[in-house]
Design a protein around this ligand. Structure first.
Ligand SMILES: *[C@@H]1O[C@H](CO)[C@@H](O)[C@H](O)[C@H]1NC(C)=O
Ligand SMILES: *[C@@H]1O[C@H](CO)[C@@H](O)[C@H](O)[C@H]1NC(C)=O
Ligand SMILES: *[C@@H]1O[C@H](CO)[C@@H](O)[C@H](O)[C@H]1NC(C)=O
Ligand SMILES: *[C@@H]1O[C@H](CO)[C@@H](O)[C@H](O)[C@H]1NC(C)=O
Ligand SMILES: *[C@@H]1O[C@H](CO)[C@@H](O)[C@H](O)[C@H]1NC(C)=O
Ligand SMILES: *[C@@H]1O[C@H](CO)[C@@H](O)[C@H](O)[C@H]1NC(C)=O
Length: 519
């Protein structure tokens, strides 16, 4: 549990209780389970605080609770849970991922969701909503609902600030010191890192506009009517963004009051494992290594040789390995070591926080990385796509993780890295230190999130909190106009001065000539 003095908690609860029960429309069209795990915990808490929710999502059955009205759109798009191969994940690296995100996970999702009868009917709803909550990810199309119902909007993000999520809040994202979402460097960047960083930030914004905003705007206007303002304008009027980062484990960067860090929102505090998994964790070896590539990517789709390589490496370790995979779907003719246990699914947080677990091997997804840090477990990262490279890089720089490049997977590299992480106590000590920092907060992530959502409802948006930088053109924001003046004035003075000298010299010569002539 996060440590908070009881008094602060009760005072905060008093403040929080003052918000009337609101009607909130929540639209979560992206079908990623890991995203919904974070949002789900927030929605549950909102209903606990007496708010009435209408929730459009793909994960209805997970939420049979009071004041939670489910509007399921499951089936409108393919669900990626346990349905992404390692190969296709690796195709989504770097900037290519932005295009993929904008189309498959942005525009296509909008298009299919808008076509469902659930959303068609919702348009005619007579409910008086106080707030629209949606996700900031592959498309802004669902911001149209805030306009449609005349409410403020709050957006949720499961990651660090996305490149296109800064300008609309006036959030500083200077690439000289703020590593972008796709950066592969830590906080200190050399000149090559900064070139890559500025390239990534600028291209990501341009690509997002081109591949997502433009077509999404057409779809949304088609759905909500031609009177709808441009999606970009609606995006610039978003009241609040809740992001899944925290300064203790991510970059220390300036934030505006409308962008609030709630990193670890999905981590309520770990329960003990149940009886079945308690048996699984029991071992007469030195402990447990837990290997997973998250809820989407199937480790079963790793190339057969890679799997055998990992088996051979694990066979030499005096540890028991838990591996998230359906054993029947692994390639044939593998030589299985005795110390690997397969499961389709693990209660991840409970497993990671069990004292028998010594090492987490993962692709470096944001949620899993935060959970490992919460439970103070060192990480061996094999990043595949999206922000996984930067997540692992950051964990590495904090001294609690090591990374292996996917192309460098070999028995030797795995054994070297795992032995280092398991035998050198520094990594565990660092993990414990960072874990303490991650939990050391004035308010829990959940209380922070609830406070700010209710703040938006109480104050009908956050117009009074908006940063003036949102309205500045780039040349003003970077003071290029002032620079031009500062450089320009001396130049003009010098030119005038030279002209004056020339003029005076000219006069002098004429005078001389005149004198000569009169002689
Ligand atoms: C898995 O992905 C494939 C390809 O995208 C898709 O056709 C299929 O519907 C998905 N499965 C589920 C259960 O959504
Ligand atoms: C919504 O209302 C409009 C106008 O009253 C009507 O034309 C349309 O058929 C309604 N749509 C649905 C799905 O009920
Ligand atoms: C955005 O907010 C400003 C200030 O409240 C308002 O003047 C403007 O009309 C809004 N724009 C849109 C597109 O809602
Ligand atoms: C594992 O995969 C097999 C074959 O595809 C399938 O029949 C079985 O239901 C899966 N097990 C689970 C628990 O999903
Ligand atoms: C343990 O790892 C740290 C950090 O990499 C290193 O500085 C230290 O020398 C290592 N200790 C041993 C005993 O190898
Ligand atoms: C909230 O703000 C919007 C946009 O400025 C405005 O149209 C609406 O009347 C306000 N609602 C209340 C209850 O003040």
């Amino acid at each position: 549990m996060l440590k908070i003095p009881v008094i602060v908690l009760s005072v905060s609860l008093l403040i929080l209780k003052q918000c009337h029960a609101a009607n909130i429309l929540v639209i979560l069209p992206y079908p990623g389970l890991s995203h919904f795990i974070m949002f789900g915990s927030l929605l549950r808490e909102l209903t606990d605080r007496e708010h009435n929710l209408d929730v459009v999502s793909h994960f209805s059955s997970m939420m049979p609770i009071e004041r939670y009205n489910d509007i399921p759109i499951r089936g409108s798009v393919p669900i990626p849970t346990n349905n992404v191969s390692v190969q296709s994940a690796r195709n989504f690296q770097g900037l290519h991922w932005i295009k993929e995100l904008s189309t498959t996970n942005g525009v296509d999702i909008c298009k299919n969701a808008f076509e469902t009868s659930q959303l068609q009917n919702l348009k005619n709803s007579t409910t008086k909503y106080d707030l629209v909550i949606t996700e900031l990810f592959g498309s802004d199309c669902m911001l149209g609902w805030a306009w449609h119902f005349g409410t403020p909007s709050v957006v949720l993000s499961t990651s660090l600030v996305l490149p296109w999520a800064s300008d609309r809040f006036g959030l500083p994202d200077n690439p000289s010191y703020i590593p972008s979402y796709l950066a592969r460097s830590g906080d200190t960047m050399n000149i090559y890192d900064r070139i890559w960083n500025i390239w990534c930030v600028s291209m990501a914004k341009i690509m997002y506009y081109w591949y997502s905003t433009r077509p999404s705007n057409l779809l949304a206007k088609n759905f909500f009517g031609e009177n709808m303002p441009h999606l970009d304008d609606l995006a610039y009027n978003t009241s609040l963004q809740l992001i899944n980062s925290h300064f203790s484990i991510h970059t220390s960067r300036p934030l505006v009051p409308t962008v609030i860090e709630v990193g670890g929102l999905h981590i309520p505090g770990a329960n003990a494992v149940d009886e079945y998994f308690n048996d699984v964790l029991n071992t007469n070896t030195r402990g447990i290594i837990y290997f997973t590539m998250g809820s989407q990517v199937l480790t079963e789709t790793l190339p057969k040789e890679t799997i055998q390589t990992m088996f051979d490496a694990f066979a030499e370790l005096p540890y028991k390995v838990l591996w998230k995979a359906n054993r029947t779907n692994l390639p044939g003719k593998l030589k299985y070591p005795d110390n690997i246990h397969f499961e389709d699914w693990f209660p991840q947080l409970a497993i990671l926080c069990d004292p028998r677990v010594k090492l987490f091997i993962s692709h470096g997804g944001m949620m899993g990385t935060q959970e490992a840090i919460f439970c103070a477990v060192p990480i061996l990262g094999i990043p595949l796509y999206a922000d996984q490279h930067s997540n692992i890089k950051k964990a590495e720089s904090m001294g609690l993780a090591l990374a292996i490049d996917y192309d460098d997977i070999s028995k030797k590299s795995i054994l070297e890295a795992t032995k280092k992480l398991l035998n050198n106590a520094t990594y565990k000590q660092n993990a414990q230190k960072i874990s303490e920092l991650f939990k050391d907060r004035s308010f829990t992530a959940m209380d922070t999130a609830i406070y700010w959502i209710e703040y938006v409802i109480r104050n009908n948006g956050t117009r009074h909190l908006q940063s003036a930088s949102k309205t500045l053109p780039l040349y003003q924001y970077y003071l290029l106009d002032i620079g031009a003046v500062l450089v320009g004035i001396p130049i003009i003075v010098i030119i005038l001065f030279v002209k004056l000298i020339k003029f005076l010299v000219g006069c002098f010569k004429i005078k001389k000539n005149l004198k000569v002539k009169t002689k």
